[in-house]
Design a protein around this ligand. Structure first.
Ligand SMILES: [Zn+2]
Length: 131
């Protein structure tokens, strides 16, 4: 069960916004790392043999860096890795799809990780109140 967050509180909204913004930064860095690897592989495919060796080295370094970025792609609040779709049949049997950088909320502390989703939820909360 994800712990419910009271988005009516402005202080809470601020915390959630900070958390989502920080996670967004980490996500962008990770995607940038993955993008560089793809780009370097494409360049490597079309470059001439003496340069290819340099590119292979660059790809390796970028891959190592990206692994670190992937490990840093955690919930800024509690440090849990946002897991992909989790199916839990019981408390012991659990199946996860691994790291999900596109998670909307942290499965551990319930903090918002997606800025878009957070703004959407705040709007919903405001709409409810103005009724
Ligand atoms: Zn968390």
């Amino acid at each position: 069960m994800i712990h419910e967050i009271d988005l009516r509180s402005l202080t809470e909204q601020g915390w959630q916004r900070n958390n989502a913004a920080e996670f967004q930064k980490r996500k962008v860095r990770l995607l940038f790392g993955l993008g560089s690897i793809v780009l370097l592989i494409i360049i490597g495919k079309y470059s001439l043999p003496p340069y290819q060796k340099v590119l292979i080295g660059l790809i390796f370094v970028t891959m190592v860096g990206t692994v670190f970025l992937l490990m840093a792609c955690k919930c800024p609040n509690c440090g849990a890795v946002p897991a992909g779709e989790a199916i839990s049949l019981s408390s012991e049997i659990r199946y996860t799809k691994g790291v999900n950088p596109f998670a909307k909320r942290c499965g551990c502390c319930g903090f918002y990780l997606s800025q878009k989703y957070l703004e959407h939820r705040i709007e919903e909360e405001n709409a409810k109140r103005s009724l």
